[in-house]
Design a binder for this molecule. Structure first.
Ligand code: DEZ
Ligand code: MG
Length: 298
């Protein structure tokens, strides 16, 4: 069944009446890079004025929840830290609460401050990440590498300072099948301001190729992220809607969780991805151009 294309005030009013909890993806929905989508602030205000629960669910692992709160504040978007769920947070919770990584073990991180901060918040020891010693474009020599025997997992997320040294070190650990291979998410591209950039999936791809291993992906569409939200918020899946810009993460995440799904066309997905001969098999329930369209409810 094709998605319902929202257009009239009645369409948006009906969506508002049917859903108490609104989960918003961030990149490509609320903003692209640091550029807000037109109407995003107003729409969130309208939803809150109707006593709707608003949550933010992002696969972007570059920031911790407190760091995201600073971005929300800087952009003038009302958000509370406990409404924000990022894949860095979900990955840290997974390592601590699901893997139950022993205290004498460590994680080798390919990623940025967000991942490090969330791991630290969960009491997880890590190496790698933004370690200045790894921030080099020099070629990598194994003669200068000493494996840390405490490393029991490799965790890879979006790293805009990726280099051969980080990939080489992570790969050393991944050659041991006992080392757990985790990625925060698999997004192939990142919807930045003005266009697309390589996403987290493009950062972990070299490790998958070199190791021949498939990692466990924590972020959307996996249920781990929803489990993290359920641990902090009560919501009725039947009266919850996931608003996203990527079919194989946001919309699939919503479908996997039994949520309604609203696709917006301000990020990754274009109308030809859901209509016509090359349409995806992942079909959102609703589609609208932008979350700004919901300003009609003002
Ligand atoms: O590359 C990535 O990690 C993702 O493209 C990006 O961060 C997605 O973020 P989201 O759309 O889930 O907010
Ligand atoms: Mg997105």
């Amino acid at each position: 069944m094709p998605p319902a294309r929202l257009s009239t005030k009645l369409d948006y009013q009906s969506l508002l009446d049917k859903h108490d909890t609104w989960m918003f993806d961030c990149d490509g929905v609320l903003w692209n890079g640091d550029r807000l989508v037109d109407g995003a602030v107003k729409v969130l205000e309208i939803l809150r004025s109707h006593n709707k629960s608003v949550l933010f669910v992002t696969n972007n692992a570059t920031k911790s929840r407190p760091s995201y709160k600073k971005k929300f504040d800087k952009l003038g978007v009302e958000a509370h830290v406990d409404e924000i769920f990022g894949s860095a947070y979900a990955a840290a919770v997974y390592v601590s609460s699901v893997m139950k990584l022993p205290k004498d073990k460590k994680v080798y991180v390919v990623g940025m401050e967000g991942l490090e901060q969330e791991l630290a918040s969960e009491g997880i020891s890590y190496i790698g990440g933004t370690d200045p010693a790894d921030a080099t474009l020099a070629s990598f020599s194994l003669s200068s590498f000493t494996r840390d025997p405490a490393v029991a997992a490799v965790l890879c997320g979006l790293d805009t300072a990726i280099n051969y040294t980080k990939l080489s070190k992570a790969f050393q650990y991944l050659q041991d099948p006992a080392t757990t291979f985790l990625v925060t998410n698999d997004d192939s591209t990142y919807p930045a301001e003005g266009g697309l950039l390589p996403g987290a999936g493009a950062i972990s791809a070299p490790l998958k190729t070199a190791s021949g291993r498939e990692p466990l992906s924590i972020g959307k569409p996996a249920k781990t992220m929803l489990d993290c939200i359920k641990a902090k918020h009560n919501f009725d899946p039947k009266r919850t809607i996931m608003v996203g810009d990527r079919l194989n993460t946001d919309i699939l995440f919503g479908q996997n969780g039994g949520l309604s799904t609203l696709l917006v066309l301000t990020g990754i997905t274009h109308i030809e991805d859901i209509e016509g001969p090359n349409a995806s098999t992942i079909v959102p329930e609703y589609v609208t151009n932008s979350i700004g369209d919901l300003r009609i409810l003002a």
